[in-house]
Design a protein. Structure first.
Lengths: 346, 346
């Protein structure tokens, strides 16, 4: 009998197929290939800096010039930005509709000077540095009073909208509104907090550690787990064990722990699933600032940041767009077993 | 400057790229091909009835036997159902999680005895009959007290999760819960109704007819429009002009009008976009029944059923899963222009 499970945070129901659960080898996906034409230069490679818009920030050797070689991580504006950084929000109504100018920032975080998909994930200091750069950008963008949220995400593989440049990079979109999915989680965790006076994510973590069926990894003060209401086969979340709303408040030590678990999680998933297509997204609290009139915005301390890794293995997902109803052919408990097996066979 | 638009019903923000808007010819998608191996029989063709599970219902010539030729529309259980029709719901908690048995029905509505993608959409009486069959199934499933909702949808094309049988068919999933997206619309339209004492969809229709920028077609008492907050390029909704919560309360005349506008809409979209991949989904009110204790469930008369047609032309959509933030490169006003041009050039 399949199971209908209710997401405790946002109340979404998911169908989990408990019989004939799909194994890692049951999924087929197109091999990702380097689709950059051989006579074209990769705009993200060291030496090709002139092929991107001028850099916003770079972690580079001292005495190297901006937009020249010598960098390890580089942040550039998107060449086809969805949002503009210049202008006023001009929020207004048009009869029954509401709109505002598409103010925001759309940036590309080039994670390594080296081409190809493998260079980055094997290099732990580079992952740590990238985490620092993300935090740096978030803190910088927080100063812009027009902006409310920074979306950090990575699309890998064609079916995941990953584009055709096989050079490790993330995207950053800073927006003047909080994305709907994050807002739903904020509302859900606030409701729980109001009722229980505890963080729902903290309670979930405690229960998951206790049940020990869906926790794939524990590293320092972080864990990687396959959530009870996984929408996708092998969906994996990384969370700090210690309560924390904002990604950008991590200490140096926490950045090390986070980078380590991120590396091990991706490594385990790739060993289990192969070179799989995925979306990764960071969920963190919206910007909270002291308002001019001297009070704080009413976003409480009841959120808990986390990373969602969503493998795109199934095409069954067609109608989910229109219904919000997910069908997952691999129970998270099974996914976790496979991931643990790979890990323990090391 | 791109525009951020807020969906008036559920409050979702969408980025609409107003400059360099993408035209129909800017989208490339894989040609759909008949991927049924030549030596395999199509299970949905007349004469191959034994290849599906026994039929649940069929519209067939009198004096023909069930599961034999002579039918025009056939409803069969899915061969790989996501939900089981037999059993108890057994809703219960598992510490902080909630779950229930995956009770429900998963059916395939074979829309025509003829193979290939074109046979169905050109045949108006067949569309009318299919609409009647959908209504019949909805009314039948409504009798099952365990069920709350009937999801009717169609996935066409590989990227839309359409499977590999190029024989026109819809899917039906009856569930013991209301899908999240529909619930959000119910909540949003109730909030508007409580405030304005009017249906938000009716107000939207009135405004759209008045503005005349996004209404693609008007046929009898139905319209096809490209919604102000379209998530996808060329997203199109079909709505009854007259307020109505439930799809299954249509009269004979309304079924005729609906079938006509559905045919013209699909025809116009195919002429504009080519043989494009899509998801279609019906949004209608959940089942409302008189409860045993003598009162009605508190779902008000404030909803308005509609069909959402979502072309799957962009792969940009990667991170939307995790953020609920949509980016649409074709403003609905532009989409509507292209659709109207094709229509008027007839």
């Amino acid at each position: 009998m399949p199971e209908l499970r209710k997401d405790p945070i946002i109340g979404r129901w998911v169908i989990i197929a408990t019989e004939r659960a799909k194994r890692p080898t049951d999924f087929s996906f197109e091999k990702e290939k380097d689709s950059l034409s051989p006579h074209k230069k990769c705009p993200f490679c060291e030496g090709n800096e002139s092929l991107t818009p001028p850099e916003i920030y770079a972690w580079r050797k001292s005495r190297t010039r901006p937009n020249a070689p010598g960098w390890k991580i580089r942040v550039v504006p998107s060449i086809s930005p969805f949002l503009n950084i210049l202008g006023d929000l001009d929020r207004h109504g048009k009869r029954m509709y509401d709109l505002m100018n598409g103010i925001g920032s759309h940036e590309v975080l080039i994670a390594t000077p080296h081409h190809g998909p493998d260079a980055f994930i094997k290099d732990l200091p580079q992952i740590e540095k990238l985490t620092e750069v993300i935090i740096k950008r978030m803190r910088e963008l927080k100063k812009d009073q027009r902006l409310k949220y920074v979306l950090i995400f990575k699309n890998y593989g064609k079916v995941a909208g990953g584009g055709n440049i096989p050079h490790e990079h993330l995207q950053l979109i800073a927006t003047p509104v909080t994305p709907k999915r994050v807002k739903e989680e904020l509302v859900g965790s606030k409701r729980y907090f109001d009722y229980k006076d505890r963080c729902i994510f903290c309670d979930m973590i405690r229960q998951e550690l206790d049940q020990n069926e869906r926790v794939f990894l524990e590293v320092d003060n972080f864990l990687a787990l396959n959530p009870y209401c996984s929408r996708f086969p092998f969906e994996t979340w990384i969370l700090p064990r210690k309560h924390s709303c904002d990604f950008d408040t991590m200490t140096k030590d926490e950045i090390k722990g986070f980078s380590k678990i991120f590396q091990l999680t991706m490594d385990g998933m790739i060993k289990t699933l192969g070179n799989f297509p995925y979306n990764i997204i960071l969920h963190t609290a919206p910007f909270r600032r002291r308002k001019k009139k001297g009070y704080w915005e009413t976003i409480e301390n009841d959120y808990h940041w986390h990373i969602e890794i969503m493998p795109r293995l199934t095409q069954v997902a067609g109608f989910e767009w229109g219904s919000g109803f997910y069908i997952n052919p691999t129970p998270p408990e099974e996914a976790c077993k496979y991931l643990r097996e790979v890990e323990s066979s090391e």
